[in-house]
Each structure stands twice: as structure tokens, then as C-alpha cells.
Design a protein around this ligand. Sequence first.
Ligand code: TUI
Length: 315
Amino acid sequence: MINSRICDLLNIQYPIFQGGMAWVATGELAAAVSEAGGLGIIGSGQAPADWVRREIQKVKNRTAKPYGVNVMLMSPFLEEVMQVIREERVPVITTGAGNPGKYVLALKEIGTKVIPVVASVALAKRLERAGVDALIAEGMESGGHIGETCTFPLVPQVVDAVKIPVIAAGGIVDGRGLLAALALGAEGVQMGTRFMCAEECVVSPKVKEVILKAKDRDTAVTGRSTGHPVRCIDNRFTREFAQMEKDGVSPVELEKLGAGKLRIAMVDGDVQNGSVMSGQVAGAVTRIEPAAAIVRDVMEGAEREIQKMSKRFTF
Ligand code: TUI
């Protein structure tokens, strides 16, 4: 049994979080992951507050286990979404794309655990001082909006800088990744791309197909020139975007070009003209299966790996 402080803190069975992917991680997926013993997380992205409330209701109707909501701090509906989270007494929130410091105390007062995503040691330290319960250290192997440091250098540096539990994210897809993350000092992992291919995930089947077909070098990072680097599957959209960046198109124009492209891919299934956000592990995702099978495979894979290592090496 691999158990850690994060399991006790959140009252979950396994130290596995499902990434809160915008337009992808709905109540259906979050409920399935939580019911399987991990932490399912609704991705609120830039959705309005009433959408978030409906997804929370879906989870509450499907499982009595703890779940989370990811709050994207650049959302135009941020204040309203935070209000829904307080009203619905959401057990856990994760945050992305910013500093959630000013929301921490009010959430903690009502018992919501706050677990921000960080991409740097500096923000990790600041948020520990602000009173957050744990941190997700996310490397640039991840899909979507990313920082600049890879998971291997980032996680141990964050672990050494704080006392609260650290969850590793970015580049983790199986039991070997979980074990590696634990070796770096993390107390759990968050996976997005692998859960995107869960049966319960409502993302367009065309997106799942693209992930299953992807090879190791099939993602690209665009948006470095705008200050918002984003990792996606390389397609017509990323190539056009990259060309415009090269041509010196202004950040404002580039942001306009990117607006709405995530929905076009994830909901409408336009995998050429949309933004198919995915981690570098896409090449290692090989099948569509129930969320519970993914959780089981990662846990059993880690335990198998420990056995193999104990034969391969003398300690
Ligand atoms: O947030 C993510 N991944 C995302 S969010 C998203 S939707 C989106 N929509 C419009 C614009 C941009 C994104 C798609 N993927 N991951 C968590 C994450 N947070 N990665 C990196 C960060 C991060 C970056 C800088 C967190 C904090 C930060 O610093 C802010 C500060 O004030 O210091």
C-alpha cells in the first residue's frame, strides 16, 4: 500500500489526482476518479459559475467521496466561481495560472482544502506562508498553460523549500512515474493526459483518437512570445500560431487568435484548427479504459516496479 500525508489530509485512498482540465474534466470524470479512490477534479477553466454548480451537483449525485474543483485564476468569472465553491462547500480546490493567495483564508475557514499549482520555488514558498494545505509542482512536460522548469528539477526543489505535502505533475502517466515522483520527495501525483482517455471523460472522441495516435515528439509549445506558453498536440493551429509568432505578430493579436480554440478542439472535435492541449506523455497513452482501471494500473504498476527494483538492485 502506497499511502502518504495527502491521503490522510484529503481522506482519499490513493495519492492520485486527476488534472482539472478545462472543457474536459466534467462532473462525470471527476466522480469516476473519486469513486475509484483518487481525487477527481472538475476543470472550471473559463466557464460561468452556473456551469460549475451543475458539475458539482453531478459529482455529489454520483459519489459521496471527496472531490475537487480547479479554479483557473485568469477566468473572467473568477469571483462568481469562488462564491459557488464556498456555497457548495467544495472539499478541495486546486488553482492554476496565477497566485490564489488572497482567497486562501476564507476557503480554509469553511474547511475547503486549498492546493495551488505552482511552477516555481518562489511561489511555493509564498503560498506556504499564506497557509495553503499542499502544493502541486507542475513541470513543463504538462499540457496546457505551463511554466519553464521540467518536473525532475522542479519537484525536489519545491519539496526542499516547503514543509507541506507536494504533489508532482507533468510527465506522469503510469506506476513508474508515481514511483519516480515519490523518489523525488512528492507525496502523490496529478495526471491529466492519461485521464483524458478515460471512458468517463466526455471530451470529443476525436481528441482521444489523436492522443492514442500521438508519438513522443508530437506536442509543441506556442505562446512563449505572449508570456503564456501552452503545450498542445502539434497541428495546423499550432503551426499557424508559431508562424505568426515568428513574424512578430503582437501578443494582443496572438491572444485573439488563441481565444476559443480549446473549446473547438475538446468539445467540437476539430483537432486540426483547435487547441488540443496535451502533455508530453501523449505518446505513452495507449488505450481508452475506465477511470478506475487507470487508478488501479498506476497503483499496481508502482508496486510491481518496487518488486522489480528490489531484484535488479541491491540496497
Ligand atoms: O493552469 C494550468 N494549466 C492550464 S490553464 C488552461 S486554460 C487557459 N486559458 C487561457 C489562458 C491560459 C490558460 C490550460 N491549461 N496549469 C497550472 C499552472 N499554473 N501551470 C503553470 C501555472 C502557473 C504559472 C505562473 C502558476 C502560477 C504562476 O505565477 C503567477 C504569479 O503571480 O506568480
